[in-house]
Design a protein around this ligand. Structure first.
Ligand code: SAM
Length: 479
């Protein structure tokens, strides 16, 4: 006679230190592996494990539990599963830059698409629209044309290093969940080729000159951020060096050291940020070398980029994004195009037809300056860029009615008042470009109430190895 296996009965819900085995079924919105465990008699718990690919089986230790959700730390692979690949970068797992470099790229695209579908379905805005496959990259490495590195006076000491190592200067990336610590970055698989070499020189040269790194707790130290931007097609490199004070001669000498070591650097701008916020944003800026801007080409058109202007961080995929937006915009009348949150104007300028009218709205002054120059360079004489908060500016002025509205807000999505402002615009077609589909889904719910219907969802992978996905969502007015 066969004996029936009686499942283990627990006398408490999963708690810190418990061990459990979980099969990873999918990725969550943060890019963590996600699976479920039965925990009788308390039911089913959802378990999230960092860097665990779907299809893997892992033994984890419970780090914390909130309700029916458990965060687990991987102790052991029981089976790496069919989608596991070796990560390329030595920093993977410590640095927070990539979430799933150990997941094969084809499966990354499958998982991203499923995430988009889930976010839109949860808000009940998908309707009859189909989420198209995610448009991926042929080579999903070395794609970032911009990297923000941080100087810190507290270096993250890695496992295996001797205890008494020197750790008062670092240049790299913050370690996840330890915002006081900076991991020295010596290589990076997603940054543009050559970026890590500049970072390594910047660290060495700063230390050779005895310069100090910003201390987050003491609020002192000169060097705060090093932002690198490369024109993918032009090869020009911009360095934006954020310091806590002017120290002009010291900073200039350091910048010139860096240029001498890296002739590919075509311009250096210093930003002075004396406030406490950890942002690579000068309260005022000064050009130390070159013109203060770099050139970039998108589908053959030349654009200029200054340190504070938003520019898509993946040039190759930005070209695909423009093509997709252009296809969506041109499905109907598009003589008058509004480009809300336009940055340097790349979307509007590249999609408005010859003789068409473009109105761009943007709050960052240097981006508007770039957009105006870009329009001149491209020969658009009917492009106007309005500087200021888009909500305030839309309410002001007597402007032509748009045929198409492009909306490309920051990650947080639209302010509720913005939804009302859009209702007043009367356009018949909207192309909502989103880098955070959960927030876009929330906005779409509001837009749906105004009579907008989602007709197509076209995701693109602009950020391989991370859970972020760009989505072009096309809406039409039903009434
Ligand atoms: C995601 S970027 C899009 C830029 C542009 N569409 C592109 O593809 O390069 C969002 C832009 O919105 C701008 N922005 C954010 N909040 C704004 C506001 N309240 N009013 C106007 N512009 C805003 C930012 O400065 C940034 O340039």
């Amino acid at each position: 006679m066969q004996s029936e296996t009686v499942p283990t009965q627990y006398n408490h819900k999963p708690r810190r230190g418990d061990r459990l085995t979980v099969t990873i079924e999918r990725l969550d919105s943060k890019g963590q592996g996600m699976g479920w465990v039965e925990w009788p008699p308390f039911g089913r718990f959802q378990v999230a494990v960092r860097h665990a690919p779907p299809g893997s089986v892992v033994e984890v230790e419970v780090v914390r539990r909130r309700g029916a959700h458990v965060d687990g730390k991987r102790l052991e692979w029981l089976d790496r599963g069919p989608h596991y690949v070796e990560a390329r970068c030595a920093h993977f797992g410590v640095c927070g830059g990539c979430s799933f470099q150990n997941l094969d790229y084809a499966e990354q695209l499958v998982q991203l698409r499923a995430g988009v579908e889930r976010a839109l379905s949860q808000q009940e805005v998908l309707g009859q629209a189909v989420v198209e496959p995610v448009l991926g990259m042929e080579d999903p490495f070395g794609y970032r044309n911009k990297m923000d590195f941080t100087f810190g006076s507290r270096r993250w000491v890695e496992a295996g290093e001797e205890e008494a190592v020197e750790a008062h200067f670092a240049l790299g990336l913050h370690v996840p969940f330890r915002h006081d610590k900076v991991l020295n970055i010596h290589e990076c698989s997603i940054a543009f080729p050559g970026a890590a070499e500049i970072v390594n020189s910047a660290r060495r040269l700063a230390q050779a000159r005895g310069l100090t790194a910003w201390d987050l707790k003491q609020h002192q130290g000169l060097l705060r951020h090093l932002v690198l931007r490369q024109g993918w097609h032009s090869g020009e490199v911009l360095v934006y060096l954020v310091t806590s004070e002017d120290a002009h001669e010291t900073v200039l000498a350091y910048a010139l050291d860096l240029v001498a070591a890296h002739p590919e650097i075509t311009t250096v701008v210093q930003g002075v940020h004396s406030g406490l916020a950890t942002v690579a944003w000068g309260e005022w800026d000064r050009v130390l070398y070159g013109t203060g801007a770099i050139a970039e080409r998108l589908l053959g058109a030349e654009f200029s980029i200054r340190p504070k202007s938003f520019f898509q961080t993946n040039t190759q995929q930005a070209e695909r994004l423009i093509e997709v937006v252009r296809e969506e915009v041109s499905q109907g009348p598009h003589q008058v195009v509004y480009d809300l949150y336009c940055g340097t104007g790349i979307l509007g300028l590249m999609v408005v037809p010859p003789g068409g009218q473009l109105l761009g709205f943007e709050k960052v002054e240097s981006a508007v300056q770039d957009a105006i120059e870009n329009a001149e360079r491209l020969g658009h004489d009917r492009a106007e860029f309005v500087l200021g908060d888009v909500l305030e500016q839309l309410a002001a002025g007597n402007r032509p009615r748009p045929d198409v509205i492009i909306v490309d807000p920051p990650r947080v999505g639209l302010h509720p008042k913005m939804l009302a402002a859009l209702e007043g615009l009367e356009g018949q077609r909207m192309v909502y470009v989103s880098c955070n589909v959960s927030n876009a889904a929330r906005d779409l719910r509001g837009l749906q109430e105004q009579g907008w219907v989602l007709i197509r969802v076209r995701p693109l992978d602009l950020f391989p190895h991370t859970p972020h996905v760009e989505c072009v969502l096309t809406l039409e007015r039903s009434r």
